[in-house]
Design a protein around this ligand. Structure first.
Ligand code: MRU
Length: 367
């Protein structure tokens, strides 16, 4: 574990095993407060309010949550047990729509029942706990591999701009976009990192700046609208971001503002990398057009974090939580299994054959 991060645990089971303990990220950077979630409603609320957030972390929290809720089902009749479990999974998956990791983790948990149809409800409960733990462990391994693969493409002393928080707090351990930075830190790469503050919920200022500083990384905070001038000064050698859903054609949904950064990077000829586990690639989603973008409350823009309201009462507000970056602007999507979309990045994605070739390549790698 990277020095400074060892005491930050995004999601874990409570010692008694009857709850999910999360680090309440809405209280950072002021306080490190852990809360225990014991009911489906508490887990839903924690995900919706971003107490736990980041695509892989919400998948893990939901899987842990489903396991905790499964323990509370008293039915011994398997049909009733399965029906109740599916109801909880459906409810949890409605908490946030954009990150595929949430529904994918819940589907994976439910598949335990289909794979072991002859087991008892008590055996299912044990298997569900095991599956949730496996989801977290696999994510930790994926994050490390993503970091190693990206680090191979970086040189010591580079300036790296990142957006939102795709770090240790957003996953099981290390992060996706921040993983190469942490591994580079251990190996003396001396990166200069610029963290976009990430309006409106300030994940960059509150979380990325916080965790990088804790780990001793050289990090400078900027407002989102300062990226262009920073790039023009030649301070940015690469932009590295995470992802919430990658469509089959390589379009990427990530935190609102990512698309704008990709356009800027393209303008300045700066490589733009998207880092995420293969579990974030959604082959059932043909293009970015099909990704559901979460829209959030107006108050996040008009008053949250301010001492008093900063916009006129009744003003119309547009507050999408994510945007879609078209594949043409992305240098490569780096996963634990390698780089995707890289070789074909300049080919015409209007050609359906290219997409189906990619689908075959993806299947191969996953089998
Ligand atoms: O709304 P958030 O804070 O959950 O958004 C998080 C992001 O957009 C991250 O970049 C993404 O989930 C990747 S986290 C490894």
């Amino acid at each position: 574990m990277i020095a400074g991060l060892a005491d930050l645990q995004t999601v874990r089971f409570s010692e008694e095993g009857d709850g999910v303990v999360i680090l309440d990220q809405t209280q950072l950077p002021e306080r490190e407060v852990y809360v225990t979630l014991r009911t489906a409603e508490e887990i839903w609320e924690a995900i919706y309010r971003l107490k736990v957030r980041g695509a892989p972390a919400i998948g893990i929290a939901a899987a842990y949550g489903l396991s905790v809720c499964a323990e509370q089902i008293t039915a011994t009749e398997k049909g009733i047990f399965a029906q109740k479990l599916r109801e909880v999974a459906r409810y949890l998956s409605g908490s946030r729509p954009t990150a595929v990791n949430l529904s994918a983790a819940l589907d994976r948990m439910l598949s335990v029942l289909d794979v072991h149809p002859d087991s008892t409800c008590e055996a299912w409960k044990k298997m569900l706990r095991h599956e949730a733990t496996k989801i977290r462990e696999e994510d930790a391994m994926a994050c490390r591999m993503i970091g190693e693969r990206m680090l191979d493409r970086l040189r010591p002393g580079m300036g790296i701009l990142t957006h939102c928080n795709a770090g240790h707090l957003a996953v099981s351990e290390l992060g996706t976009a921040l993983s190469p930075i942490y591994l580079g830190q251990e190996r003396g790469y001396g990166f200069r990192v610029y963290a976009d503050e990430t309006r409106p919920l300030l994940q960059g200022a509150r979380l990325t700046a916080y965790e990088l500083r804790k780990a001793g990384v050289d990090v400078t905070l900027i407002c989102d609208n300062m990226a262009a001038s920073l790039m023009r000064k030649g301070c940015v050698d690469a932009v590295i971001v995470g992802c919430d859903r990658v469509a089959a054609n390589g379009d990427v949904a990530n935190k609102i503002g990512t698309f704008g950064l990709a356009i800027l990077a393209h303008h300045f000829g700066i490589p733009f990398y998207v880092l995420g586990p293969t579990s974030t690639i959604d082959m059932s989603c043909p293009t970015g057009e099909a990704i559901v973008i979460e829209e959030r409350a107006a108050e996040e823009v008009t008053e949250m974090w301010y001492a008093h309201r900063m916009a006129p009462e009744g003003i119309s507000v547009y507050n999408p939580a994510f945007d879609v970056t078209p594949h043409e602007l992305i240098t490569a999507v780096i996963t634990e299994k390698g780089a995707f979309y890289e070789k074909i990045i300049s080919e015409s994605f209007a050609n359906p054959e290219t997409i189906s070739n990619f689908a075959a390549q993806f299947e191969d790698i996953n089998n």
